[in-house]
Design a protein around this ligand. Structure first.
Ligand SMILES: Nc1ncnc2c1ncn2[C@@H]1O[C@H](COP(=O)(O)OP(=O)(O)O)[C@@H](O)[C@H]1O
Ligand SMILES: [Mg+2]
Length: 401
């Protein structure tokens, strides 16, 4: 539903005991959505900063989770690089140094070719994008921004597998209008407009650093940006890509934040919000009321609640096997089964944490694979939360209370 954009402005709550895979599920959602959809994770307690207001922290994360795909027709020079020569001149400040006075670049397309003489600042962009002769690039005419599209397919080799992306020689003229697609978040726009970059020369940068204070992202600025964004959306220039805001440990938020969330979810520019909590009925922070999951009922009423259940033995074993594989740890079959049992007895997280020490132990004993005996040994060495609590009650007279 998120991918079909049917979820914007709605919210989910993942509720379940610790270690039932809530955080893992949210990260899985992020992976599935891919790079083009913004995913912004945060933990409830992050709102308590001494410098920024709680609602400002929430607001920033909200805006990081809303994407905008902007399509612009820009005047560009596009083609395969046929020549790339920085022209040097003696430094004007004297001394032995040489500076680059301009860059000569040749671009070729299907219809023609062009020789350009460019400003030295563009040379830096060309180097940053690692442009070489034979690459296909475009340069935006009014900003000088350089984008490397790929390597021209005339240079394609017969390897089956290669890191390089080959692209055909661009059609049309070198100098033309081209539709350029850019993915940004509302927060990117806020930040870019709060600190205008100005020219790229050193003096402009120094000037910025010497400014008494960085301009803040104010509500007024955000409203201005929303206005422009809405206009772009109406005109079809930009497309809204509602992403996901993930707030883990949501019971850490207080009533002020919850009230703010209630309102923010109703805004026309809202992401999909996924909350997670492992709390039952507990106090709603900032009030003396209790609520299910520490969340006020009016907010709870808006949420689709998904209960996460403890993993079964087979599932735990499967997850442990995946973890071991990811970390490059080899385990004997019975060791895995033993660790799975431990996960049942203690917690999955504890069992996952035993993987590395067990690996070290088996290596020190000159073995490649972890055995069940290794698992038993690390289990004896390291206590889990339940066991340590039990010990403390048993030996209550030995500790300082
Ligand atoms: N489907 C899964 N695949 C791989 N690892 C998982 C999976 N589900 C849970 N885990 C692992 O189990 C542990 C507990 O899961 P987690 O998502 O942190 O629980 P919760 O957030 O509900 O407390 C973590 O170490 C996590 O990496
Ligand atoms: Mg978690």
């Amino acid at each position: 539903m998120i991918q079909l954009k049917k979820m914007a402005g709605r919210a989910l709550l993942l509720a379940g005991a610790p270690g039932t895979g809530k955080t893992a599920l949210a990260l899985g959602i992020a992976q599935e959505l891919g790079k083009k959809v913004p995913f912004c994770p945060m933990v409830g307690s992050e709102v308590y900063s001494s410098e920024v207001k709680k609602t400002a922290v929430l607001m920033e994360h909200f805006r990081r989770a809303i994407g905008l795909r902007i399509k612009e027709n820009k005047e560009v020079y596009e083609g395969e690089v046929t020549e790339l020569t920085p022209e040097e001149a003696p430094s004007q400040t004297g001394g032995y140094g040489k500076v680059i006075s301009h860059v000569a670049i040749g671009l070729k397309s299907v219809k023609g070719s062009k020789q350009l003489k460019l400003d030295p600042t563009i040379y830096d962009s060309l180097q940053k994008e690692r442009v070489n002769v034979g690459d296909v690039i475009y340069i935006e005419a009014n900003s000088g921004a350089v984008k490397r599209v790929g390597r021209c397919d005339a240079y394609a080799t017969e390897f089956d597998l290669e890191a390089e992306e080959y692209v055909p020689l661009p059609k049309g003229d070198v100098h033309k209008k081209k539709e350029i697609v850019q993915d940004v978040t509302l927060h990117d726009l806020d930040a870019a407009n709060a600190r205008p970059q100005g020219g790229q020369d050193i003096m402009a940068m120094v000037g910025q650093m010497m400014k008494p204070k960085k301009t803040e992202i104010t509500d007024k600025l955000r409203q201005e940006i929303n206005k422009v964004v809405n206009k772009y959306i109406d005109q079809g220039v930009a497309e809204l890509i509602p992403g996901v805001l993930f707030i883990d440990e949501v019971h850490m938020l207080d009533i002020e934040c919850f009230t703010y969330l209630n309102r923010a979810l109703e805004s026309s520019l809202a992401p999909i919000v996924v909350f997670a909590t492992n709390r039952g009925i507990c106090q709603i922070r900032g009030t003396d009321m209790a609520g299910p999951h520490g969340i006020p009922v009016d907010l709870l009423d808006r949420l689709v609640i998904i209960r996460t259940l403890p993993y079964t033995l087979e599932e735990s074993v499967q997850i442990l096997a995946i973890r071991a594989q990811v970390e490059g740890i080899a385990m004997k079959e019975d060791a895995l089964a033993r660790l799975g049992q431990l996960a049942e007895q203690t917690t999955l997280r504890h069992a996952v944490q035993l993987l590395t020490p067990a690996h070290v132990l088996s290596k020190n004993n000159g073995r490649e694979e972890i055995t069940a005996a290794d698992v038993d040994e690390v289990h004896a060495l390291f206590h889990d939360a339940k066991y340590t609590a039990q010990l403390l009650t048993e030996q209550v007279d030995k500790y300082i209370q």
